[in-house]
Structure formats: C-alpha cells, structure tokens
Design a protein around this ligand. Structure first.
Ligand SMILES: Nc1ncnc2c1ncn2[C@@H]1O[C@H](COP(=O)(O)OP(=O)(O)O)[C@@H](O)[C@H]1O
Ligand SMILES: [Mg+2]
Length: 781
C-alpha cells in the first residue's frame, strides 16, 4: 500500500470518528415523516422549547437506565475491509481479550464513561457488547485495528480504546446522544401553556361543590342550557347521554360525542351549538360560552385524571362550571393560579338527607322494598341475587360491564313502583350516572379490589370518598324515598362503615397528565429502534412534572402495546390502537384487539361480514353465566370496532351495521340479565350455594369478601396456569387470568401461521412498507 493511500485513509477515518452519531443517518430513512411531526403545532411544542431555558438550570433527575434496551447492531464488514490488517498484521484473539478486560477494569475509564451518561449498568452492557464485537468481527475498522495492534505491541495505551468504545456504546444506546432532547420533549412542567386558545381568553371558573345528590350538576346544566353554546364533559357515556337527552328535550339542540358514538341533531351533520361528551372527547379548540366539567374530583384518578386536567386547563369557554366534591375546591383554586383565573364557589347541601342506621341487616330475610345491596365483585352479585331469588323476591342487577341499555332497563325496572322488583343488587357502578330510587344502601362488604401504584392487585377498605359516593345514592329527590338510610349487611362491618364515614374526604392534591401522541412520536424520532412500550417507559422515567401533577398510569397502554408489538404498524396507528379503552381482563376482547390490529396491518378493511364471522353472529341467548359474560365481551368488541371506526374510517367502514348488532346484543343481554338467577342456577354451583357463602362469611375476620375473592382468584390461577408458567408476556397473561390457555394456544397457532419464512419475508416487508405509506396517507388527510 502506498504512503499517500495510507495518509488519505487515515484522514478519512479521522473524519468518520468525529462525524455525527450514526442515528442521524438511520433516522432519515426510518422516520421520514418525523420532520412533519416535529413541526406539528402540538400545543406543547413551542412552549416546551421556550421553557427549556429556565428548566435547564435545575438539575434533572438521573434516567432509569434499566429501561435502556440496547439496539442490536448489524455486523456489517467495514467499508475499509481488511485494511487494518494490511497496515499492521492480524490480531491475536487471546491478546485482544486481555486488553479488553484490562480496559473494563480501568477506574478512570469508568469515571469518564459515567461523565458521558454511562452508569455502571450501561458501562457493563456496552462493554460486553463491544468486546463481543471486537472479538467476533472478521475484520475491524482500520483505525480500531491499528489502535488495538499498537496496544498489543506496547506502542499504545489501553485507554486509547475509549473513543471507539464510546462510539459503540452510543450506537447501542442511542438515547445517550439525545438525552437533552428527550428531557425537553418529556418536560411536563407547565401544562397550562399547552392550550394557547384557552390562554388567549379570560375564563370565569365556577365551582359547584357539595355531596352526591345535592343538585350540583343540575345547576351547572341550567346555565349550560341558557347559554348560546356549551359543552358538557362527563365521566361516563351514560351521563353524556342523559345530558344529551335532557338538552334536546328542553328544546336546546345538543349533539352527542363519545369515543364510540357521534349523534348530530342537524340532518346534514353540522355541529349544534351544544354538545354532551365523555370528557376524553371534548374539544380544546372549539370556543363555547359555557363548559361543564362534571365530577372534577376524578382529576386525581390514576388512569383517567389527565382528561380532567386537559379539560380544566384547555377548554376554550367564557365560563367553566366544575362540579364535584368540596375536597377539590382548594386544589382547583391552586391550579387556576397558573392560569390567573379566579374561582367562584357555590356550595350545595344534599336535597335528601341520609342517616347511617345503628343496626346491620344481618340476613337477607330482612330486606325491604327500596333496598340496594352493594357488592364489590361480580361473584358476590351472583351469589346474593341467587339467595334473594331463593326467598321468592325479585331483584334487579347492575354492574360495570353490563351494556348501557341493560343498565338503564334494570334501573327502570327497580325504579318502577308498578314492577314487582323492589330490590337492587349492584356494584359501585351505581355511584355515578344512574337515577335510582333507593331507600336504603346496604354495604355487603367494605373491601374492594384495587390496583396499587406498582400495578399490583390488592384488597383495600373503601375510602371515605368512595363510601360517600355510594351512600349518597340513598334517598332520591323526586321519589317516594325522600330520606335515605345506609347500613351494612354484617354486624362487624357497621362500626367500620361509621368510622369511614366520620372522616372528612382527603383533600385532592394532584392532577393527572398523559404524554401526547406527538410527544411519543418525537421520542420515536430519536429512538427509532425502541418499542412503543419502551418509548413510553423512557418518557415517563425522564418526564418532569410540577408537584401538583403526576403522570397517569400507562399500564393499560403498555399492555396493548406489548400485545401488538409484533404486528407491523406505523407509529401513529400503533399509538391510536393502544389508546383504545378496552377491558384487558376480558380475554375475548384482547384477542379481538389483536385480530383487528393484524387485519388492519394487512390493509384489509374490517367489514361487517368479517366482524360477524369473528364474533359468531348471530349469537344465541345466554344459557348460563359463562355465556352472559361472553356476550358482554362481544358487546365490548363491538364498542372497540366503533371506537376504531371513528379513528380509521376507511378501515372500519361498517359503523352503522355494527351499531345495529350491538343494539340487538344489548337486548339479548337485557333479556339474559332479566333472568339472571336462572343463568346463575345453570352455572357453577360454587357461586350459587347460599350456605357456602354464609360459611365463608362466618370464617372471615372482617374481610370475608376479600378471602372469597382471593381464593377464587387463586383457584382460577391454578386452573388456568397449566403448563405456561414462564416469565414471558404470554405466561404472565395466563398467570394473571387475563388469557386462558385455550386462547393462548389459539393465538400461538395464529402466530406460527404468521411467522415469516424466508420466502414470504419479502411479502411481509412489502406489507409493512405498504402500511407505513398507508399511515402517511391517513395522516395527511
Ligand atoms: N332544583 C332542582 N329542581 C328539580 N330537580 C332537581 C333540582 N336539583 C336537583 N334536582 C334533581 O335531583 C337529582 C340530583 O341532582 P344532581 O344535580 O344530579 O346532584 P349532584 O350532581 O349533586 O349529584 C337529579 O335527578 C336532579 O335532576
Ligand atoms: Mg352530579
């Protein structure tokens, strides 16, 4: 080799070492729409950037490096081939190993790497990867080969490896090179600035404060109806429906917008001046005269709180009427300091007083007309309603997973003075959104399964706020039960209930926030190889929030993201799919979600016929509880279809037809629930035997329901876990009872059918490419 070639080679290598990080080249082909995302007028965008100046001064928390998943590098032969070996001579592997291990032990190197973001964990991982790379590559890049050769022959120092090691580390951990950018994107410290339209006007905030059934919503709605335009934001579809109907009945044209439904009063689909919506769906860019935000205390809800924060800070209305517990007054005032808006408080007292009785009911023999027995598990609902029926009494049943039509028809049956059904058995689903003529609330238990901060299930005594919300349903203005009563089924529970109700509700101290699609897209732009689940994890770990805010629990989002990670989808579509509000406890809904995503990724529209085949439509009326639970899941699958149909209209084209079968299904479920005790009788004797339930109660120590629930969960775990007990996602799903072994096997069959073999890999790549383009087309629309 000529000297001039050597010189030119070295200068070229020099340039490459100091060149921009590799990710830049990778990015331009991976995320071509990235620049569009970056310049999208995301409300946060401009403000986030301008905020940086001040936020940089405070020292950010160190990142959780356990979330940094190394990127696997392609072991391409370097362009300069075996030039290094030509210049020097082949390297001795055992000598190389010694050098590498010497480098690893150098404290100075560890310190230097730490200063550049490699903590002990990352240093170790990067070193292992780098050593493997050096030892396994047939030919190394010339400059590295030369350095290593020099060290071998005593002409160089082991520390000379550092720049090459660091370059490798940044290739496998691309986040190291863009930590500042990632921190800027995930800075959630001034959420009020995300809503320029709202900040451009001076809003008046009116807080309607008081207990349940004190007329808070009523008064806010009076103002809504008298305004030229208004938006009602409620926590439930049922509540949005109620206001939609009330408003139209009062002659004020009002549209309805929920995740799964849009009803426009104008035959041509033009928006009316008024709209009733579920809170997640409210527009923060449409101007209104009056906005009503109901149940404001839900701003601290671990999963949905962000929607209240967004509505409160973002609604673009002259008057914002918030309704909720008095425990939120001070907090809302504090939040409004950041927007410079005053809060006017209207206090309300209960329209119908309720009292806590001194006697527990003790036996179902002592039930009276107007009683509502409150349980916290479906099993208890089945058991109690079966026992009530065995006493020759009729009862209505309401729990969360029933379709809205069924809930309303059960409520109607119970409220109807002419109907023989005088008892209601319900979960805390009655706490909001249904008008019920209840005289006496009877807590069958005071213990409710909850998910803690770590996402673990645990049994907890209900909070004062929860107890009040439920107890507040006793007594109804405009019914014959003007005065409500509250008690427990069991004597031991009564003093506990009194104690719970004697406390004041904990003041609300924090409000939820949620990363937006745009923020996650900006993350993906920097970390194109990370999975969506990993992206949101890194986002949350880096995010900075002010003390009054918290980042909402994103476990459900991650659960869905993991489930469809293997399906080729562009990031925006993947993100939208993962925000679908589905009940992950229903295996059939999860499988359907997966199938929808797969069909979507193949660019095959999900037609009505396809859906009918998938859910086996037409369905037979339920013969037992298992059938009923399945039909409830089918109803949810229709909801999922409808939800997606509003986000991907061309891929989910048959909204009207699916809505029709969903309505029919609601009727079938209504009929099933009307005969629920017959279904219970035809089911598992374990949940129908009153004696057994009583015995389990007797064996308890104040937590019978908890034991009952835990043991039934345990049994399910044992029954279902079968052979799948590994730590994989599938294993975990089965272990948690979220996926049955049968469904898992079905999924595995489908996955293996899907697994690409070398001949169809190209087809799959083409499909993925096609889908990416499709996503882009949609985005432009
Ligand atoms: N001033 C009023 N006149 C007629 N009905 C009212 C009045 N105030 C409340 N109600 C009725 O009482 C019930 C409870 O009122 P609501 O506003 O829902 O209570 P809250 O929102 O405080 O729980 C509703 O059915 C509502 O329509
Ligand atoms: Mg209300």
């Amino acid at each position: 080799m000529s000297v001039s070639r050597c010189v030119s080679l070295f200068s070229r290598l020099q340039r490459r070492i100091s060149a921009q990080p590799v990710r830049c080249t990778a990015l331009s082909c991976h995320v071509s729409p990235g620049s569009v995302f970056l310049h999208q007028p995301h409300q946060a965008g401009a403000v986030v950037c301008s905020r940086k100046v001040s936020s940089n001064s405070s020292s950010p928390k160190p990142p959780d490096t356990s979330l940094f998943v190394p990127v696997s590098l392609k072991t391409d032969t370097p362009v300069d081939g075996s030039v290094g070996a030509e210049l020097t001579q082949p390297l001795d592997k055992s000598e190389l190993l010694k050098i590498m291990n010497r480098f690893y032990k150098r404290k100075e190197m560890q310190k230097l790497a730490a200063d550049h973001g490699l903590d002990a964990r990352l240093f170790h991982q990067a070193f292992i990867s780098f050593r493997k790379y050096v030892l396994e590559m047939t030919s190394l890049a010339a400059e590295l080969h030369i350095i290593l050769s020099d060290i071998c022959y005593g002409a160089g120092h082991v520390d000379d490896i550092y720049p090459y090691f660091m370059r490798h580390a940044k290739q496998i951990f691309p986040m190291l090179d863009c930590m500042d950018d990632l921190r800027k994107i995930s800075d959630l410290r001034l959420p009020a600035n995300w809503y320029p339209e709202a900040r451009a006007i001076q809003r008046k905030v009116v807080f309607h404060a008081g207990p349940t059934n004190s007329g808070k919503t009523y008064h806010a709605i009076q103002r809504f109806l008298s305004a030229k335009s208004g938006v009602y934001c409620g926590p439930l579809k049922l509540l949005a429906h109620e206001i939609f109907e009330k408003s139209n009945t009062a002659g004020v044209a009002c549209d309805l917008v929920t995740g799964e439904e849009r009803s426009f009063m104008d035959p041509e689909g033009r928006a009316a001046g008024h709209v009733a919506c579920t809170i997640e769906m409210c527009s923060v860019t449409t101007p209104y005269e009056v906005a009503v935000i109901d149940e404001i205390q839900m701003i601290r809800d671990p999963s949905r709180g962000w929607a209240w924060t967004r509505a409160l800070l973002g609604l673009c209305a002259d008057e914002i009427h918030v309704c909720g517990e008095s425990a939120a007054i001070d907090f809302i005032r504090e939040l409004m300091y950041s927007t410079g808006e005053e809060v006017e408080v209207h206090n309300y007292q209960r329209l119908t007083p309720f009292s806590v009785l001194d006697q527990a009911v003790e036996s179902l023999d002592n039930l009276r007309p107007g009683d509502c027995v409150v349980c916290f598990s479906k099993n208890d609902i089945y058991s109690i309603s079966r026992q009530i029926e065995a006493r020759g009494l009729e009862c209505a049943v309401i729990y969360g997973s029933l379709p809205p039509g069924t809930k309303l028809s059960q409520a109607k049956k119970f409220n109807d003075p002419e109907d023989p059904c005088k008892i209601l058995v319900a979960t805390d689903a009655i706490g909001m959104g249904l008008n019920l003529s209840i005289k006496r609330i009877i807590f069958n238990s005071l213990i409710k399964p909850n998910t803690n901060d770590k996402g673990e299930k645990q049994m907890e005594t209900i909070s004062t706020s929860q107890a009040l919300q439920i107890a507040g349903r006793a007594g109804r203005f405009s019914s014959k039960f003007k005065e409500g009563e509250v008690t427990t089924m069991y004597r031991d529970d009564l003093p506990i209930l009194k104690e719970i109700l004697s406390h004041s509700v904990d003041p609300i101290e924090t409000a939820g926030l949620h990363p937006t699609a745009e923020q996650i897209e900006m993350f993906a732009y920097h970390l194109p190889d990370a999975t969506l689940s990993n992206l949101v994890d890194i986002f949350v770990s880096l995010s900075q929030v002010d003390g009054v805010y918290f980042v909402c629990n994103i476990d459900d989002f991650k659960f869905l993201a993991d489930m469809i990670q293997h399906i080729p989808l562009n990031l925006r579509s993947r993100y939208v799919f993962c925000t679908a509000p589905i009940n992950k406890k229903q295996p059939f809904v999860c499988t359907s979600f997966l199938k929808f995503a797969r069909q979507f990724s193949r660019d095959e529209p999900l037609t009505f016929d396809w859906v009918c085949r998938h859910v086996n439509w037409p369905v037979a009326p339920p013969k037992n509880i298992k059938d009923l639970v399945h039909l409830e899941a089918v109803h949810d699958v229709c909801d999922l279809y409808l939800w997606l149909s509003y986000r991907f209209m061309d891929m989910f084209p048959d909204t009207a037809l699916v809505r029709e079968i969903q309505k029919e299904l609601d009727d079938i479920i209504q009929e099933g629930v009307r005969n629920i005790t017959r279904l219970i009788r035809a089911t598992d004797p374990a949940i129908t035997d009153p004696l057994q339930t009583q015995a389990s109660r007797r064996g308890r120590s104040g937590t019978a329901s908890s034991n009952y629930l835990t043991s039934s969960k345990g049994q399910r775990g044992q029954r279902d876990s079968g052979e799948v007990s590994d730590g994989s996602l599938a294993g975990r799903l089965v272990k948690d009872g979220l996926l049955t072994p049968d469904l898992l096997r079905q999924l595995q069959r489908e996955w293996s059918e899907q697994k690409p073999n070398p001949t169809n890999q190209r087809a799959l790549d083409t499909e993925a490419h096609h889908n990416n383009n499709k996503g882009r087309r949609k985005k432009k629309k």
